[in-house]
Design a protein around this ligand. Structure first.
Ligand SMILES: NC(=O)c1ccc[n+]([C@@H]2O[C@H](COP(=O)([O-])OP(=O)(O)OC[C@H]3O[C@@H](n4cnc5c(N)ncnc54)[C@H](OP(=O)(O)O)[C@@H]3O)[C@@H](O)[C@H]2O)c1
Length: 239
């Protein structure tokens, strides 16, 4: 087991990449703290993990609410005493539309979920990781956080900003033996509401299980190696 004894907080664990990674990390011996808003999905995940003989906890959390994020981290430390991995998967496009059709609330919603949520979780876990003198933080960025794409302006803006936040944290936290990696992914066959692609196109995307394997690799790097950025793409599609 590659993650035996490690404690991993995974946001966005109720579906997609977060869900698949929670399953894999638990199988590899990590104790998983599953966070997202949908309690029923988190409870289902934790039950599946338990059925396989592994350990997980569900802590429903809205990452746009810094008080809920602080409670997530405090409860994790109360239960398990340490946090080795923070995996920020919570996020999403939310709306595909011309820029002038986004309301103030929609703009803020996309930024709050994809950017502020990462800031809140990182800010909350870093004191514990500094005390431990170890930690891994992985942020799910996007290919469209490197290259702007039409009709998802707020999402592109949030993921571009996430790249800057991640680079800054990586530099700042490295002396504390805390390593920050941004995974820039192309299209993943997850919920990806509201894109709703055809089934044939979905089959060309990266699977959530394969993303989970990439994330496991980042969490189990050899001691001389760090990975600040990891671009991943579907084999045959440039999106
Ligand atoms: N799918 C792609 O093609 C793709 C490509 C590049 C990057 N990404 C990024 O990969 C990450 C995972 O997305 P996915 O593809 O796995 O999509 P997904 O299946 O839609 O998962 C998104 C997750 O985010 C959670 N979430 C959304 N808002 C939240 C909030 N306010 N508080 C807490 N959790 C929240 C959702 O759970 P609840 O609704 O239960 O809260 C869900 O578990 C995202 O950051 C996404 O931007 C995806």
């Amino acid at each position: 087991m590659k993650l035996k004894g490690r404690v991993a907080i995974i946001t966005g664990a109720s579906s997609g990449v977060g869900y698949a990674t929670a399953r894999l990390f638990a199988r590899e011996g990590a104790t998983v703290i599953a966070a997202a808003r949908r309690r029923d999905r988190l409870d289902h995940l934790v039950a599946e993990i338990a059925t396989e003989g592994h350990q997980g906890f569900s802590i429903p959390t809205d990452v746009t609410d810094s008080a809920q994020v602080q409670r997530l981290v405090d409860q994790t430390l109360g239960l398990l005493g340490r946090i080795d991995i923070l995996l920020n998967c919570a996020g999403g496009v939310m709306k595909v539309s011309p820029i002038e059709s986004f309301s103030d609330a929609e703009w803020r919603g996309v930024l709050d979920t994809n950017l502020s949520g990462v800031f809140y979780t990182a800010r909350a876990v870093v004191p514990a990781m500094k005390r431990q003198r170890s930690g891994t933080i992985i942020n799910l960025g996007s290919r469209v956080g490197k290259v702007g794409v039409a009709n998802i302006g707020p999402f592109c803006a949030a993921k571009f900003a996430l790249a800057g936040l991640s680079q800054s944290m990586a530099q700042e936290l490295r002396p504390h033996n805390i390593f920050v990696t941004t995974v820039y992914s192309g299209l993943i066959n997850a919920d990806i509401h509201p894109l709703n692609p055809a089934e044939a196109f979905r089959r060309q995307m990266i699977t959530t299980e394969d993303v989970a394997q990439a994330l496991l690799w980042v969490c189990t790097l050899p001691p001389s190696l760090r990975v600040d950025e990891l671009p991943i793409m579907p084999r045959q599609v440039d999106l």
